[in-house]
Design a protein around this ligand. Structure first.
Ligand code: SF4
Ligand code: SF4
Length: 391
């Protein structure tokens, strides 16, 4: 007869206290909402009790075992559970711009010219700790080109112990086999801004082949791959071909964005697309969106970036990378302190979105791209097939 079966959460699974309690699978980026009973039982799954003692509801228990969310041991294997309260709204997604160095000079880069500004390793470590303690789900390591950080090996070592999904955003040029083999990330997001002509129109000659090769290497290394694309005048005709390529690469997500006039893009009006053209390109996108909107405690619709923050290489904390000139604070004040200053925008205050039929689905689009804070985002109006906003 089989002995007692001690149960614990799988290593890639954690509990998170968000607007509702959740179980988070970092490997697959899956979030499961829990009721109070489920939370109480899962808190006991720390390797010191048996399945019977934990008392999970039987169908839920079977599901968790079948999905590999729970693991069984012949012997007790106690492990600590660090679970404290999180902020509201929850901070789920954090972008760390660890450096503003870059090995490209893309014509659309919203950060403007590359600069030798690096986030100190100690600050990266502190932010990862704070974010995890705040019940964070997913960190995006970005730049500039993050692999250009002079202390990249130390930062990569820190990532090995980070209790969240770790995503590296890279242009791919430095992502050789050796770097990939030692990379402590679950997913790599590669920027592909078209097929070769469209991509190189933004990123410069010779930049497409290494990016494509890097995307293939990411998959060969068994890591998750996502693709990020900026719609622009030079890649609209390539979207169908790019869609086939993205599919062939086995990407789990394809994020397509429309340009926001900022940084270097201001000097390149030739890259502009109309809202309708942008919407047609964005319709190819698939997978998660981390800039999403949502609802507040009274069910009121709230605008984009509800669960997102960015920390810049120079320490400014902002609601996203476009708001660095209007920051929430500085990293040394503490991430939680900065996040508490975030005031989500109610869509009822956005003229045009207020009475829109699809406001809850749309969320008012990108607040930075909208022509004014209280106006609809014309790209999303086109994507959602709503009338163009009146001038
Ligand atoms: S303003 Fe635009 S970029 Fe910033 S969070 Fe909103 S959708 Fe994202
Ligand atoms: S479709 Fe347009 S008007 Fe409607 S919520 Fe979205 S941005 Fe606002």
């Amino acid at each position: 007869m089989a002995g007692p079966q001690y149960v614990s959460l799988a290593g890639h699974v954690c509990l998170r206290l968000l607007e509702t309690p959740c179980l988070y699978d970092r490997n697959n980026d899956d979030l499961y909402e829990l009721n109070d009973e489920g939370l109480t039982a899962l808190k006991l799954c720390r390797g010191h009790l048996t399945l019977e003692q934990v008392g999970l509801e039987s169908e839920f228990q079977q599901f968790c075992l079948a999905e590999g969310l729970l693991v069984l041991h012949d012997q007790p294997r106690p492990r600590p559970l660090a679970l404290g309260p999180g902020p509201l709204p929850s901070l789920r997604y954090l972008e760390l711009q660890i450096t503003w160095r870059c090995n490209l000079a893309c014509r659309h880069c919203y950060l403007g010219p590359a600069r030798g500004v690096d986030m100190p390793v100690a600050r990266v470590a502190a932010l990862l700790r704070e974010f995890e303690a705040m019940n964070g789900l997913r960190v995006l390591i970005s730049g500039g080109e993050p692999l250009m950080h002079p202390a990249w090996p130390e930062i990569n070592a820190l990532l090995s112990a980070a209790g969240m999904r770790r995503v590296l955003l890279s242009n791919g040029l430095l992502l050789d086999e050796k770097r990939l083999a030692g990379l402590n990330c679950d997913e790599v997001q590669i920027s592909l801004d078209g097929l070769a002509p469209g991509h190189e129109m933004l990123r410069g000659p010779g930049s497409f082949a290494p990016a494509l090769e890097a995307a293939r290497r990411v998959r060969a290394a068994g890591l998750g791959l996502s693709i990020a694309t900026m719609a622009h005048a030079g890649n609209l005709a390539e979207m169908e071909g790019l869609a086939e390529l993205v599919q062939d690469l086995g990407a789990r997500e394809w994020g397509i964005d429309a340009p926001c006039l900022a940084g270097r893009l201001s000097q390149h009006p030739e890259l502009a697309v109309t809202p309708r053209e942008a919407a047609q390109a964005m319709a190819y996108a698939f997978g998660g969106s981390y800039h999403g909107s949502g609802t507040g405690p009274e069910g009121q619709a709230l605008a984009c970036g509800l669960h997102l923050a960015t920390v810049a290489a120079d320490g400014r904390v902002a609601q996203c990378g476009f708001y660095l000139d209007d920051p929430l604070g500085r990293a040394e004040e503490g991430l939680w302190t900065c996040w508490q200053r975030r005031r989500p925008l109610e869509l009822a205050r956005v003229q045009g979105c207020r009475d829109c039929q699809v406001a809850l689905d749309c969320g008012g689009g990108c607040r930075f791209r909208a022509p004014a804070p209280d106006r609809p985002d014309p790209v999303l109006c086109a994507l959602m097939e709503q009338p163009a906003p009146a001038d």
